[in-house]
Design a protein around this ligand. Structure first.
Ligand SMILES: [Zn+2]
Length: 133
């Protein structure tokens, strides 16, 4: 895709991809939580998350919630990052037939939604399927 605004290419560090890792059991969440959902520890440290992962499962969303309308239909996937963290990400810039369980993805930062009439644009992580070359 050639539509990525220049600022994103030049300043990838603007979009920090950090999660929370439980120091007691190692469970990683995105976004970080104050309490580990697995062992209920509050001993959480902030960690950089890898930007590579694979699709665990996915669904195609045909009826998007308000603010997402211009994206539908779109694939929504559970992605497992290389450190084992799982998160739900919209798959972008990928043909629907390329979205398959087990496919490798990269995390990218894209417009997440436009907030109401104020037009505030929120950016967040999404994923693209890595094409085999
Ligand atoms: Zn834990």
């Amino acid at each position: 895709m050639l539509t990525i605004p220049r600022a994103w290419r030049e300043k990838p560090q603007r979009y920090l991809f950090k999660g929370g890792k439980c120091k007691d059991c190692g469970f990683v969440t995105y976004p970080a939580r104050k309490v580990c959902p697995k062992c209920h520890s509050e001993n959480i440290e902030t960690v950089d998350l890898p930007r590579e992962g694979k699709i665990i499962t996915y669904t195609i969303v045909y009826s998007a919630p308000e603010g997402f309308g211009d994206f539908s239909p779109y694939p929504l996937a559970i992605v497992e990052l290389t450190n084992g963290a799982r998160l739900m990400l919209q798959i972008v810039d990928t043909d629907l037939d390329k979205v398959q369980i087990g496919e490798k993805v990269n995390v990218v930062f894209r417009r997440l939604l436009v907030e109401g009439n104020a037009g505030i644009i929120i950016y967040g992580p999404k994923a693209t399927v890595v094409e085999d070359k």
